[in-house]
Write a protein that binds this ligand. Structure first.
Ligand code: GDP
Ligand code: IMO
Ligand code: MG
Length: 427
């Protein structure tokens, strides 16, 4: 069976963790292909709630092998504490595989992330402060440290020294900070080596062999389409490719192996950090979405910015990812509004624009053009089929589907695994 990709269609936090977990019981491998512990994926199983950052959400399904691909950036201390936290709760994590080519988030990458954000002042990106950008920068600059380097002390030392040479100049001379000692970093990193060793593997080979044997492989994106370094709202983005192509480079699997690309789409919009957001609400409706939707960051605890659904963004996500399906989440949060505005186009300098403008300046000036759809008052959290939904909720879903350019194959009506309406099977 060809592989599936599951990714965020907006600015992250669409409910990817729940959707992945839902499929986890029926797939053989769940693979993270980019990002790191900037992600925060909440999974609710029965009365248990799990917050995952680096581990693929498939870790909660016993039959599934979770994989951290080569495109991910790994903070070893975060990984080990996430693993021990799950072990304490009785979750078996022994099947985990980590690519030896994945890059390591070192303590100095975290320092550089925090210091540069502070230095940017009010122009800051609003990063999660987890060292993501600086680690990917080191990767591209060819001074990164990879997981496999933990197993050759001499190479590790040379690489850490090379990476720190320039950084210490910048830290001390530009940012007025103390230099970071290479030997201390090496010692810390070596301290993780043996604990990680059982998991380190040639994940590219394993995943391609699995696909040849007709195993089911699911790629789980972190972040979302509009946070993509190439296709997102640059510079207010993350430093990796959450879009579908990222699954190929970030896991070493060719595009011919991917059959289905599922976009996780929230029934309204949220964003964390800085950057343009045309449908953002700064009024009591925004406050209500935040309260009812529990829109607070899993990683940083920051309040999420909230706004109405934006169909221009959804259409864009369909295009740049080649989406075959949507999984619409959090429809239940919209219960209770008399009518629900949906952004169908933008007005930019007096002109109606139907597609996402490629120019940052234009996007900053984009004003939402709303259509108003009738709301519903009935509780929908117990709905099991599309027919169980009130007429107006059905109408809302159908309208979104038409505007967004791909079929909605599942609908989330609550955070739990079973609070989902399946329309077309994903497998
Ligand atoms: P992710 O980063 O895409 O995995 O999403 P987050 O976990 O950061 O945020 C999504 C939040 O919405 C989590 O608290 C989920 O438990 C919750 N959630 C997911 N799907 C639904 C849904 O259909 N309805 C409701 N009410 N909550 C949901
Ligand atoms: P999940 O996987 C929402 C945002 C940050 C910031 C920008 C850059 O839970 O959907 P970074 O630390 O990545 O350099 O920060 O990206 N961001 C997210 N926003 N959900 C996420 O992950 C995010 N990961 C990063 O808030 O604006
Ligand atoms: Mg999240």
């Amino acid at each position: 069976m060809p592989a599936l990709v599951l990714l965020g269609a907006q600015w992250g936090d669409e409910g990817k963790g729940k959707a992945t977990d839902l499929l986890g019981g029926s797939v053989d491998y769940v693979v993270r292909y980019q990002g790191g512990n900037n992600a925060g994926h909440t999974v609710v199983v029965g009365d248990q709630k799990y917050a995952l950052h680096l581990l693929p959400s498939g870790i909660l399904s016993p039959g599934c092998t979770p994989v951290i691909g080569n495109g991910v950036v790994v903070d070893p201390s975060v990984l080990l504490s996430e693993l021990s936290g799950l072990n304490e709760r009785g979750v078996d994590t022994s099947k985990l595989l980590i690519s030896g080519n994945a890059h390591i988030i070192t303590p100095y990458n975290v320092t550089v992330d925090k210091v540069t954000e502070r230095f940017l002042g009010k122009r800051k990106i609003g990063t999660t402060g987890r060292g993501i950008g600086p680690t990917y920068a080191d990767k591209i600059n060819r001074v990164g440290i990879r997981v496999q380097d933990l197993y050759d002390e001499s190479i590790l030392t040379q690489k850490v020294e090379a990476a720190l040479d320039a950084k210490n100049q910048i830290l001390t001379k530009l940012y007025n900070r103390r230099a970071i000692a290479a030997d201390q970093v090496v010692e810390e990193l070596l301290g993780y080596a043996e604990q990680l060793r059982p998991y380190v593997a040639d994940t590219v080979l394993i995943l391609n062999q699995a696909l040849e044997q007709d195993k089911v492989v699911l790629f789980e994106g972190g972040q979302g389409t509009l946070l993509d370094i190439d296709h997102g709202t640059y510079p207010f983005v993350t430093s990796s490719n959450p879009t579908a192509g990222g699954a190929c480079t970030g896991a070493g699997v060719g595009p011919t192996k991917i059959g289905r690309v599922i976009g996780i789409l929230k029934a309204y919009t949220t964003r964390v950090g800085s950057g343009p957001f045309p449908t953002e609400l700064l009024d009591e409706d925004g406050e209500a979405l935040r309260r009812i939707g529990g829109e607070r960051g899993v990683t940083t605890g920051r309040d999420r910015r909230c706004g109405w659904f934006d169909a221009v963004i959804a259409r864009y996500a369909t295009r740049v990812n080649g989406l075959t399906d949507f999984f619409l989440t959090k429809l239940d949060v919209l219960t209770g509004w008399e009518q629900i505005p949906v952004c169908v186009a933008y007005e930019i300098d007096g002109k109606r624009v139907e597609e996402l403008p490629y120019s940052q300046t234009d996007f900053h000036h984009a004003k939402p053009v709303y259509e108003y759809l009738p709301g519903w008052q009935e509780d929908i959290t117990k709905a099991k089929t599309f027919a169980d939904l009130p007429k107006n909720a059905q109408g809302y879903v159908k309208a979104l589907e038409e505007m967004s350019g791909a079929p909605i194959s599942a609908i989330g009506v609550g955070p739990g695994r079973d609070e989902t309406i399946e329309i077309n099977s994903f497998l």
